[in-house]
Write a protein that binds this ligand. Structure first.
Ligand code: HEC
Length: 500
């Protein structure tokens, strides 16, 4: 089915009675005068969060190694003891860097505007991959990679800041399975999926980033306790998203604060890989809350997004949702505090325009709830053009300012991976970026590969360690030999077991 047809179809079914923005005919609009609601925001944060993020103030390790132009950063990482700061001088570095140790800071030296440049040349998959804890990555210029700019796999207490990531593949900055992390002051553009993508993580601050010219600006996916604040998010297909991707090993998304962001003119054509989840994002949407619970939207300026300002929805955007009975589809308890919303919906995508026409409307809404949640709340609803918010009540608090950060007061211990199936994890974290079940993405469909390799996971494990070019009409598959042998076999087995 097509894009938002599904999303907005729900609204048509619910009928025009939902059009609360228009309810003025029989009921006078009540305009409240006076002070804000007196209640206090209660965060369900687990453990003690810091008063403000102290992660950014963590001193870099005192043991310093210097890498100069012409030398290899990976060589320096290989020989570094935990507790080393690797200073990288300006220059051009054509490599992929794996950090599988704890307590490493990879710290670029910027000299009068000259950066250390990580250059993928359109050949390499990833610029920086880390799996260690207490890793800092800062001050790099990353460009022309095919997969990820900076990706974390299960590293806790991370800091990713002051990087410029341009024209680099599928994910710009992608911490996955991390707890207690800070992503700040990065500039990211030209990304085919998400510029900043927080996946299956906890206690993360994403603050003061500039994110533009990408399909999705900032995504909080299957994560809990994320503060997304003071980011400048413009010229993406969709600006800021909180959602559940069904089928992943960690299944919940909750307690997300979207605060004081500038979410402006996100009208970029969708250039995602066909078949990917984000290929369904309609052009011109400021914010999407899909199946994520307890999302608070406060103090943002959301303007000039041509299809709509905020979409609150269930799994209508995710085609494989029916597969995962363990993921709860409703966006429970959405909270819309005071925000500025202006000039949204001026040129909705065709699918949305068609549905608006059935409501005698041509302009997309500031806010739509396609489910019609009855546990949401909104302050000053009369200020906005809304659809589907008829059952929202008044909020009993006006601000989340008691939460200055969702990062932790103290570093957290390393994550145990024992509860996770490594094959399942690697498949969703790595392979699914290129292989969809039954459609062509970057690589051939998983279904075809299942037929090809049927009872032969060893064959897959061998191929992915050292792929050879097979199909003239496909690009080459990048080698997955950074996965150990056991994981390669586990992911091969998992790939053969995936069902539609
Ligand atoms: C960056 C994109 C990308 C990623 C990530 C990726 N693949 Fe691929 N894969 C491809 C492409 C492209 C091809 C087709 C290559 C060709 O035919 O020359 C391919 C082909 C394959 C094949 C077919 C081999 C054959 O004999 O025809 C298998 C099996 C496979 N991939 C498994 C995997 C597994 C398992 C993973 C995860 C660990 C994975 N791929 C990750 C892009 C990717």
């Amino acid at each position: 089915m097509n894009k938002l047809t599904v999303v907005l179809g729900a609204v048509v079914l619910l009928g025009a009675g939902f059009f609360v923005g228009k309810a003025g005919k029989d009921e006078p609009t009540v305009i409240k005068v006076g002070s804000a609601p007196a209640g206090e925001f209660k965060s369900e944060a687990s453990g003690e969060v810091a008063a403000k993020s102290t992660l950014g103030e963590r001193p870099l390790p005192a043991n310093v190694v210097i890498v100069k132009d012409g030398e290899s950063i990976q060589d320096a990482v290989r020989t570094a003891e935990p507790g080393t700061t690797i200073k990288v001088m300006p220059g051009t570095y054509k490599e992929t860097i794996y950090i599988d140790k704890d307590d490493i800071a990879l710290s670029g030296v910027i000299d009068k505007g000259a950066y250390p440049i990580l250059e993928g040349e359109g050949l390499r998959n990833d610029a920086i991959l880390y799996s260690g804890n207490n890793v800092t990555v800062e001050n790099f210029w990353i460009t022309h990679y095919k997969g990820n700019g900076i990706m974390g796999q299960a590293g806790n207490n991370f800091v990713i800041r002051n990087n410029v990531v341009v024209d680099t593949g599928i994910y710009g900055i992608f911490p996955q399975l991390g707890k207690n992390g800070l992503v700040s002051h990065n500039i990211i553009s030209g990304i085919e999926d998400a510029a900043i993508y927080v996946g299956m993580s906890d206690n993360i601050d994403v603050v003061y980033n500039e994110v533009y010219g990408s399909v999705a600006g900032i995504e909080i996916e299957n994560s809990r306790h994320a503060l997304v604040e003071a980011n400048y998010v413009y010229d993406n297909t969709g600006g800021i998203l909180a959602f559940i991707t069904p089928g992943l090993p960690i299944k919940t998304c909750s307690d997300v604060i979207f605060r004081n962001n500038f979410i402006v003119n996100n009208n970029h054509e969708n250039f995602a890989i066909p078949g990917s989840l984000v290929s369904n994002i309609p052009q011109g949407v400021g914010m999407i809350i899909m199946a994520c619970d307890d999302v608070v939207v406060e103090g943002n300026i959301i303007s000039g997004n041509d299809t709509m300002g905020i979409a609150i929805t269930d799994f209508s955007l995710a085609s494989n949702a029916a597969n995962d009975p363990d993921s709860e589809p409703n966006p429970n308890r959405p909270v819309i505090l005071n925000n500025i919303m202006l000039n949204n919906g001026n040129n909705p995508v065709a699918e949305v325009r068609a549905i608006l026409a059935t409501m005698m409307e041509t302009t997309g809404p500031d806010i739509i709830d396609t489910v019609g949640m009855d546990d949401g709340c909104i302050l000053n609803p009369e200020r906005f053009r809304t659809i589907g918010l008829g059952k929202y009540s008044d909020c009993d608090y006006a601000t989340t300012s008691t939460v200055a950060t969702y990062t932790m007061a103290e570093p957290v211990p390393p994550r145990s991976m024992e509860d996770l199936d490594q094959g399942e994890l690697a498949y969703h974290g790595i392979c699914a970026g290129c292989h969809a079940y039954n459609s062509r993405m970057i690589g051939p469909p998983t279904q075809i590969l299942q037929a090809l390799y049927m009872d032969n996971p060893e064959g897959i494990a061998e191929y992915i360690a050292n792929p050879v070019k097979k199909r003239p009409d496909y690009p080459e598959m990048p080698p997955q030999n950074y996965l150990d042998e056991e994981t390669r076999l586990a992911v091969a087995k998992y790939m053969l077991s995936v069902k539609k």
